[in-house]
Design a protein around this ligand. Structure first.
Ligand SMILES: [Zn+2]
Ligand SMILES: [Zn+2]
Length: 447
């Protein structure tokens, strides 16, 4: 087996260790933007543009409270370039009718729908004499609101699985057909099984698609140690806009930022697995009272440098790490080279910016301490690791920030925080931020 044999998708066929290891090597070659002799500068040019999109959205097809077309319209009128619909374990492809009074959007959503799209709503009476509305399919909504090169809708799914009482939710972006949650014998196994199913569908259809782990701290379902081992899954949500997903963790459970650093360190230095990239998403469910403390749109997104506003190009760009995640901060450019990282911020007037360069240097203590409950039993939590993992290596104020490698870095990433509070945050104290994707440093073992 070689990289040319589409190793990315072979994991479901070959489960022996040799194949997995080779797969990892090939994956790394595919997804890594670094170790390049030439600097890689992510900025707009004649060939490439930054595209803003949200990869996590719920509608009346599952537990959201609005119609697909209204949600698509919200994102379109708020400056987004693309949007993925990710309802729980369903693709919006079938004929489905709903009684407005009984669905999550109630009569209000129905009245708003009729106001916005008066000649488009399909109604009928059911046997009880109640009005039913047909939920429009993905295809219909994409045709109505999508505009080539301007606004793209992507068919996706939140593969909503669990192990015992631990939720394991994974978003499958640009799916061809439904993925049924496969379950498994552990949290890790659930993730690996669903990842393998997506890779198999990708191989079978030839369609570009990707999978990412959602909100690891939702009910603290997924630990860093579990996620870091998954092969073929190179993305997770470092920021999810739902107020109930504990991005910041608590006194026992680490934040998603901390989880990311532990994963990056272990994947690169110990597991010889590819980089994992961080996403910001909305996970919107509630569309009728913005802002409030529910799960609303507009909180977190990705900005992808892509050749085209098409699912294939966007997935390819994200797999190559050519994007950043944001909850409000805009970037002009990111440059990766064998010298270091440079970030240029697109500033907002009156706002100040602080950039932390975060990474792990070689020689860090590898062992983690299990977390115990009051009875001394081990908790299902990420272990406690040395502060040398994910250390802040440099802090820069201003709109231009750079970090020069000293030779010892396993990886470095940048987190830009603004002085501006998020206007409608996931958690009350959130400031607008941007997460720059990590790059392997000079001390990253060669894959
Ligand atoms: Zn979820
Ligand atoms: Zn969700």
């Amino acid at each position: 087996m070689t990289c040319h044999e589409s190793a990315l998708t072979r994991v479901y066929r070959f489960s022996n260790l040799k194949s997995i290891v080779l797969l990892s090597i090939c994956l790394f070659a595919l997804v890594s933007i670094t170790h390049a002799a030439e600097p890689v500068s992510l900025k707009e040019s004649d060939n490439e543009k930054w595209y803003q999109g949200n990869l996590h959205t719920h509608s009346l097809w599952s537990d959201g409270d609005d119609y697909l077309e209204m949600i698509a319209d919200w994102y379109k009128t708020h400056g987004y370039d693309f949007l993925s619909f990710t309802d729980h374990n369903v693709l919006p492809t079938s004929e489905r009718w709903t009684v407005p009074e009984k669905n999550k959007g109630k009569l209000h959503a129905y009245e708003e729908l009729k106001k916005r799209f008066p000649d488009w709503v399909e109604e009928r009476k059911n046997k009880e004499g109640q009005t039913e509305v047909r939920l429009r399919t993905f295809e219909e909504v994409a045709e109505k609101l999508g505009e080539p090169g301007k606004y793209l809708l992507i068919q996706s799914e939140e593969v909503t699985d669990r192990y015992k009482n631990m939720p394991v939710h994974m978003n499958a972006t640009n799916l061809h057909s439904l993925l049924t949650p496969l379950g498994g014998t552990s949290v890790y196994d659930v993730m690996q099984n669903n990842t393998n199913a997506l890779l198999a569908q990708r191989e079978r259809t030839g369609q570009s698609m990707m999978i990412h782990l959602n909100h690891p701290n939702f009910h603290y379902g997924v630990t860093a140690e579990e996620l870091m081992k998954v092969v073929g899954e190179n993305f997770f949500e470092v920021y999810n806009g739902h107020p109930g997903v504990n991005n910041k963790g608590d006194e026992i459970y680490p934040s998603t930022d901390r989880i990311w650093d532990i994963i990056l360190t272990k994947r690169l230095a110990e597991l010889k697995l590819p980089m994992m990239y961080g996403l910001a998403t909305d996970d919107g469910h509630n569309y009728h009272k913005i802002p409030s403390r529910a799960s609303e749109p507009g909180r977190g997104w990705v900005v992808v440098l892509s050749k085209a506003l098409e699912p294939e190009a966007l997935v390819d760009a994200m797999e190559a790490g050519r994007f950043y995640a944001s909850s409000g901060v805009k970037l002009k450019s990111i440059t990766y080279s064998d010298q270091g990282i440079q970030v240029e911020i697109d500033p907002e007037e009156g706002v100040e910016y602080t950039t932390d360069f975060i990474g792990t240097l070689e020689g860090y203590p590898k062992e983690g301490m299990p977390k115990l409950d009051k009875q001394g039993q081990e908790l299902h939590s990420t272990k406690r690791y040395s502060k040398k993992i994910g250390a802040t290596l440099k802090t820069v104020k201003g709109t231009s920030a750079s970090y020069d490698f000293n030779g010892k870095e396993i990886y470095v990433r940048a987190l830009v925080r603004s002085s501006k509070l998020h206007p409608n945050p996931s958690e009350i104290t959130d400031v607008e931020s941007a997460w720059v994707q990590p790059t392997p440093g000079p001390a990253a073992p060669k894959q």
